[in-house]
Design a protein around this ligand. Structure first.
Ligand SMILES: N[C@@H](CCC(=O)N[C@@H](CS)C(=O)NCC(=O)O)C(=O)O
Length: 238
């Protein structure tokens, strides 16, 4: 009688090799989406390097297309995942690093955090196109078009409601959340274009502007070479 085939023992599991994460960004000075991606990665406590993809370098863009099916930046490469959308990056990092508590713990707060982050992600086109991010500049006396003014009023209402309900200093209480990362480039636009804020929103703006990850980003933006960036179409949503 033939001997029953013996099952081959499963090979010992290969030790997990940590592949460093890479956040591909465009400009630090002009790209609000890149800034959001960076703040989210810092909030998650992710170990990552930043790769700045030159907007006018075809080979850099071709290289990026090899890694991701989109040319959109920021794009996070992490443990086999390629994510080219800031909300997807936020959800992914929140799932992967629950200990970082990037979303509020309480259900209603978490739902609101998702709602206002989604509103920021999908809306405020007038604000984005007429007040483009430019961290290195301040323009006192800038005339704000009425549609952008309506966007600003809506954003300030979102902030006031959150600050009243969750007591600040962040939108959802005592620690930064995904929503703070989404609105941080709005705070810097308000500084750039000298948008007047009431005391509550002003205090919130200061919280954002003294956030170490924001300081780190702005410091790097101040040192970013201008070459190549000047050619970007700043009227585009950036
Ligand atoms: N919804 C995207 C928007 C990203 C986006 O529009 N990125 C711009 C630069 S900030 C971009 O990559 N544009 C295409 C290009 O530069 O070719 C996100 O959430 O990340």
């Amino acid at each position: 009688m033939p001997e029953p085939k013996r099952r081959r023992a499963a090979p010992p599991e290969a030790p997990a090799v940590a592949v460093p994460a890479v956040l591909h960004i465009s400009s630090r000075n002009y790209s609000s989406w890149s800034m959001r991606g960076f703040l989210l990665a810092r909030m998650a406590g992710l170990d990552f390097t930043v790769d700045t993809v030159s907007p006018d370098d075809p080979s850099a863009r071709a290289e990026l297309l090899l890694q991701s099916s989109s040319i959109l930046l920021p794009c996070l490469s992490h443990e086999g995942a390629e994510l080219w959308d800031t909300l997807a990056i936020a959800e992914y990092l929140n799932e992967r690093y629950p200990e970082a508590r990037m979303m509020p713990e309480e259900r209603i707060a978490r739902a609101r955090c998702r709602a206002i982050s989604g509103e920021m992600h999908a809306g405020f086109h007038a604000l984005r196109s007429t007040l483009p991010m430019n961290l290195r500049t301040t323009i006192p006396g800038f005339t704000i078009w009425s549609a952008a003014r309506a966007d600003i009023e809506r954003i300030l209402k979102l902030w006031r409601d959150c600050l009243a309900e969750w007591d600040g200093p962040w939108l959802f209480g005592t620690r930064p959340s995904v929503a703070d990362a989404m609105f941080a480039p709005v705070v810097t636009r308000f500084r750039t274009y000298a948008v007047a804020l009431d005391p509550g929103c002003e205090a919130y703006a200061r919280t954002i502007l003294t956030w170490p990850a924001v300081r780190e980003w702005i410091t790097a933006a101040e040192r970013e070479p201008e070459q190549g960036i000047a050619e970007l179409d700043l009227d585009a949503e950036f």
